[in-house]
Design a protein around this ligand. Structure first.
Ligand code: ATP
Ligand code: MG
Length: 688
């Protein structure tokens, strides 16, 4: 234990040794906030003698939670009776609801739906109500209502503008629908938990007495609901320790409320406030740029941050003509790093918006560079994986109509759309779930509304579902083998053009499932389903490859070598409706401060976006960070075209450059396409 304290500076040590009462640790990036929190947990358990079961440590991503758990466990005495609960807010909600959702009259075999399912459900409700509104808008409005604890009834009553009235109607049906199917969405995990605690004083006291020491990392990203939940959790003791950085608040668009930090000391009497002012992560030039950039924000608490590492390499700027040149240039630099012995885990490429990952993926694949993409099209969102998940959901809960409809004719059983609609209507008329209705109609208890052929197919499906449900109730050791034997999903996908890839994905998923069962032989199907629903963007099967991800996903992480792409007006800062310059700048600050010693900021002259090529200016952030003075770059690497280069054009195909002249921001190229000479602007060709 002495060892832990010795690794800390005096302010960090002071925070670790503070035991009772509220504490706010407010400090800039890389100052050891997370390290302090982990050390404090270990101190409470290993030195003070607090039962680990009486602690609760919350954060925002699974990856951050598992890293913290690892760090804390290493610091703890080997014999802890019970590992401390260290997880995301949502995971905490899930665990809580498993025990207490019955208080709301619901059963605890609920299943979590992800944002994709949520949108599909909203789409079908909107269609039935003949409402034509943007689905993302509807989804985010509903999410806001839930985070403000507004029920559909209240929203219906309050809505005045026509569009909001429509959203309210959809919200009402959406909520009824998910409750009927015993589903919960991500927002419900927090909202229902809060509601139960709010309505049950006895349980609130019990829960607060159970979690006597509560800690929260990345506190600047909590919203109103999370704050109120925390208030309930610490109602009996006020032993709440939060750490955060107002300059890294990047979830304003999702309702994060910076007031939670600003008003913390007012809300909790005798709050101890600790500031950490040494940055241990980054070298001087990186920190200097980050500080210079964030100073342009006006709404800040203002903090000092000095580099412990001191001198280091200057930040590099990488200028390319377009996104494919950019990807190529970065790939070359990364190959050089890896060849010189750098561990790929220490290399990352970040972007502001997910759409920018495509050119990287394409370019890196072409250059033979292995990478793991975090976010983007997630593994669990692929059609074949969602099919298996839907099957599992039906097996866990046959009354989940939503999932049943997805798989009822997959693989093809000759149950067409018209038959499905007839079945849905008939089930609705007699107030049964689709599955119940099907079961009763094939056993003759209810009249059939479909042809004999369809009825036979349904009977076989019900038989398979029952058999697999029975198997799942015993143990899951042999479940996958039986599942594939009965359902034959692989055969279904094998016939498709990209069948090979899909089968690889299916096998990967099956392997993952078997592994989970091996690790936990008591695993149940709904536990498994809920766990995978909660896997955030940051979770991926680890492999030895560089990482590419969004800045949001990179929060709290650090890399020795870092590239940030798209430092251009419009992409970063993201401009347009709803854009908030101060939040963009905070994102810039988060991005830069992920780098330990080697940072490259990249920008291009033109990007292909939303179907067309656009000329763009470099980001104002480069100037604000003191990296360029007006237009002259301190260090520039230009990837230019020259005579003799081979290039590819969308229409004319492959040609060779015969002359290249700078023309404004780009090059005018004279290209010989197999004898056909054309003068073309460089942004319209790719080098090959
Ligand atoms: P962020 O704001 O990005 O979440 P943070 O404040 O949580 O950053 P940490 O990730 O805890 O910072 O620490 C940043 C780096 O500095 C880590 O590599 C950590 O091990 C190191 N570090 C923190 N405190 C010390 C210390 N007292 N001595 C040496 N290294 C330290
Ligand atoms: Mg941290």
């Amino acid at each position: 234990m002495e060892q832990i304290l010795n690794e800390l500076n005096p302010s960090q040590r002071e925070a670790v040794e503070h035991i009772d009462g509220a504490m706010l640790i407010l400090a800039g990036a890389g100052s050891g906030k997370t390290k302090t929190l982990t050390a404090r947990l270990a101190y409470l358990v290993g030195e003070v003698g607090i039962d680990p079961a009486n602690t609760l440590t919350l954060t925002f991503t699974n990856k951050a939670a598992s890293e913290m758990r690892e760090r804390a466990l290493k610091l703890m005495p080997t014999k802890v009776s019970y590992p401390p609960l260290l997880c995301t807010f949502h995971k905490f909600g899930l665990l809580f609801l498993k025990f207490h959702i019955e208080k709301l009259g619901r059963s605890n075999n609920f299943v979590i739906i992800d944002s994709d399912d949520k949108k599909r459900l909203l789409r079908s409700i909107a269609k039935a109500l003949k409402i034509d509104l943007n689905l993302s808008f509807i989804a985010s409005e509903i999410s806001k209502y839930k985070n403000s604890l507004l029920t559909p009834e209240v929203v219906l009553e309050k809505a005045e503008l026509p569009d909001y009235k429509k959203v309210a109607k959809i919200y009402e049906q959406y909520q009824a629908n998910i409750e009927e199917n015993n589903l919960v969405d991500f927002d419900d995990l927090l909202m229902l938990t809060y509601r139960i605690l709010d309505e049950n004083e006895e349980l609130r006291r019990e829960t607060s007495n159970r979690y006597k020491y509560i800690m929260v990392d990345e506190y600047q990203d909590t919203n109103e609901l999370q704050f109120r939940l925390l208030e309930h959790l610490c109602s009996e003791h006020d032993n709440l320790c939060v750490v955060g950085d107002d300059d890294q608040s990047i979830y304003g668009w999702r309702g994060a409320n910076i007031r939670n930090i600003l008003e913390f000391a007012d809300r909790f009497e005798n709050t101890k406030t600790v500031k950490l002012e040494t940055n241990y992560r980054s070298t001087e030039p990186i920190l200097k740029a980050a500080n210079a950039l964030i100073e342009h924000n006006s709404t800040r608490l203002g903090k000092k941050l000095v580099s412990h590492k001191g001198e280091g390499k200057e930040i590099k700027l990488l200028h390319s003509l377009d996104e494919s040149m950019e990807a190529k240039a970065i790939a070359h630099e990364i190959h050089d790093l890896i060849d010189s012995g750098v561990d790929p885990d220490e290399i990352a490429v970040l972007y502001r918006i997910n759409a920018l990952s495509r050119s990287l993926e394409e370019g890196f694949t072409k250059e033979g560079l292995a990478f793991k993409l975090i976010g983007g099209m997630r593994f669990y969102e692929r059609a074949e994986i969602k099919d298996i998940i839907s099957y599992f959901r039906v097996l866990a809960n046959p009354h989940d109509d939503f999932s049943l409809v997805r798989i009822i004719n997959k693989p093809k059983r000759g149950i067409g759309k018209a038959s499905i609609e007839k079945l849905q209507k008939a089930a609705f008329d007699v107030h049964l779930s689709l599955y119940e209705y099907i079961e009763q109609s094939i056993s003759g208890k209810l009249p059939s509304v479909v042809s004999k052929k369809v009825a036979t197919a349904l009977a076989k499906l019900v038989e398979d579902i029952q058999l697999l449900r029975d198997e799942a109730k015993n143990a899951l050791g042999n479940f996958i083998t039986l599942f594939e034997e009965r359902i034959k999903l692989k055969d279904h996908y094998a016939a498709m053009v990209d069948g090979f890839d899909r089968i690889l994905n299916i096998d990967e998923f099956y392997g993952y499932f078997r592994d989970a069962v091996m690790k936990n032989p008591d695993l149940t199907l709904d536990e498994f389903l809920n766990d995978i629903s909660l896997q955030s963007d940051q979770d991926q099967i680890e492999e030895n490859a560089i990482t590419i991800m969004s800045i949001h996903a990179a929060k709290g992480l650090e890399f020795e070598h870092l590239f940030v792409i798209g430092l251009e007006e419009e992409f970063f800062p993201l401009l347009g409706e709803g854009s908030n310059m101060e939040e963009e700048r905070r994102l810039g600050y988060v991005a830069i401060t992920r780098a330990k010693s080697d940072l490259t900021l990249c920008y291009v002259d033109s990007r292909f976006y939303k179907g067309r090529r656009k000329m763009i200016d470099k980001s104002r952030f480069l100037g604000e960070a003191g990296l360029i003075s007006d237009t002259s770059l301190k260090i520039t690497k230009s990837s230019a075209f020259k005579k003799g280069d081979l290039v590819k054009h969308k229409i004319f195909g492959i040609g060779r450059v015969q002359a290249a002249n700078k023309s404004g921001k780009e090059y005018k190229l004279l290209i010989n396409f197999g004898g056909n000479k054309k003068e073309i602007l460089s942004s319209f060709v790719q080098s090959i």
